[in-house]
Design a protein around this ligand. Structure first.
Ligand code: T4K
Length: 406
């Protein structure tokens, strides 16, 4: 037993269980020797960026892993989304979920395209296809789905809606590299999909992202845009940006990709362990992955039901942080409550009831190679203790927040 009395909790009067902070999104580091070898090779050859050997190799390796015809690696997923929006020629409005990382909305807004927030399906946490059509206007140019936590959207339903209304369909697949939908790898759906290889993703290239598509014309357009619109020496045939992935990032991505099965296996083992350890704990549920599909198990997500738990998700977060477990509230409070969207669309909250409910319940816990099995057991013991004594702890917390005079 980690704590004998509620006052032993670090937030109340005790000492933190963990001396070192446990992070969500601790990077996975592949074979260091192989990576160093590649970095030395990059330095020896003095080819650091601009379609270098490792960038090209990384692109081929991703395309082959995903089974997609074209892959363009980019500096990060945000720039990849921006390039995708330009390459698809989007204007006016694009329908997206609010329950996502703010980069999804920012990429549109940055380019002068209006994000229109759609509510989510509370079972999948993804954009709810049944609520999209009511949001379509003459200005709508596309639907942008997000495979939240790597659990794929209802791609069939989205495809049908997009076809019916002549809209583009693309995906923010930042969380979903290595995942499948109905047996087909994410990366093959819609007009294109965007991956993130940020440091916090289970497969990282330090910073990085990629556009995956089976549409050759679109791929060519996006590739050109990634390199200022160049089509040859001194020749530019349209607007572009600098989205090129550098060689060290590509070497990191390539090296990590070589151990991807091990990384997934670690995530899966952690997921099973959390599930097992938290089974029967009142008021929390580990969000499940469909075992019939391929999953990367990158996010370990709890849904907290305050009524049963006696503690709110935010109280649980505060308690865990005090113990040095830096659980994260992805994606609180939802893009619609962040600026500039809260000011631009003050009416959005009223039509996003499920998003509002879900953003108050989700909590991501540390997983990946940065956490040991024994630590997971301790984290779960802590959560179990906190929730079994939820009411008592909650009362003590409210006394603290009201101050000693109360
Ligand atoms: N679309 C979606 C749906 C996304 O989730 C994201 C990114 C994007 C688009 C955009 O992708 P990129 O443009 O980034 O490729 C983090 C990541 O920075 C972000 O990439 C990710 N989603 C998001 C879900 O998580 P923050 O603001 O929470 O990051 P931060 O600095 O708080 O770091 C998270 C945790 O990771 C910390 O506890 C510390 C730990 N960490 C982080 C880094 C960078 C480490 O231990 N080592 C590290 O090197 O956004």
């Amino acid at each position: 037993m980690i704590k004998l009395r509620t006052n032993d909790l670090a937030l109340l009067d005790g000492k933190p269980v963990f001396l070192e902070k446990l992070h969500v999104g601790r990077p996975n580091i592949g074979n260091r020797e192989k990576f160093s070898e590649r970095v030395n090779d990059i330095l020896d050859r003095r080819w650091l960026s601009n379609s270098g050997r490792y960038m090209q190799e990384f692109e081929k390796a991703i395309a082959s892993y995903v089974g997609v015809k074209h892959c363009i690696v980019v500096t990060n997923a945000t720039i990849a989304l921006e390039i995708a929006i330009r390459a698809l020629g989007l204007q006016g409005e694009v329908i997206i979920p609010s329950f996502t990382f703010v980069a999804t909305a920012h990429a549109l807004q940055w380019l002068g395209v209006t994000p229109v927030f759609c509510d989510i399906d509370p079972q999948t946490y993804n954009i709810d296809p049944a609520r999209i059509e009511a949001l379509i206007t003459p200005r709508t140019s596309a639907i942008l789905g997000v495979h939240v936590y790597g659990r794929p959207c209802d791609c069939d339903a989205l495809e049908q809606i997009a076809r019916r209304h002549g809209l583009k369909l693309f995906y923010d697949a930042a969380h979903a590299f290595g995942c499948s939908y109905q047996g087909q790898m994410v990366g093959n759906f819609g007009d294109l999909e965007v991956f993130s290889f940020h440091a916090t993703k289970f497969l990282n290239s330090l910073e990085g992202g990629a556009i995956a598509t089976n549409n050759e014309e679109l791929a060519n357009r996006a590739r050109k845009m990634t390199n200022f619109g160049f089509t040859g020496y001194d020749q530019v045939d349209g607007v572009g940006t600098n989205g090129k992935m550098n060689e060290v990032s590509a070497a990191m991505g390539l090296t990590n990709l070589e151990t991807i099965q091990e990384l997934i296996a670690v995530n899966q083992r952690n997921y099973r362990q959390y599930q097992q350890e938290l089974e029967g704990v009142p008021g929390v549920r580990v969000v499940a992955f469909d075992e019939a599909e391929r999953n990367n198990y990158q996010y370990l997500v709890l849904e907290v039901d305050e009524e049963t738990a006696g503690l709110s998700r935010d109280q649980l977060t505060q308690l865990l942080h005090a113990e040095n477990v830096l659980a994260r509230r992805y994606f609180y409070p939802g893009c619609h409550r962040m600026e500039p969207y809260a000011t631009l669309f003050p009416e959005a909250a009223a039509r996003l009831p499920e998003t509002e409910r879900v953003t108050a319940r989700m909590l991501c816990l540390p997983t990946g190679t940065g956490i040991q099995s024994a630590e997971i057991i301790q984290v779960c013991e802590l959560i179990r203790y906190m929730l079994v004594h939820g009411m008592e702890i909650s009362q003590k917390m409210s006394r603290i927040s009201k101050g000693p005079a109360q």
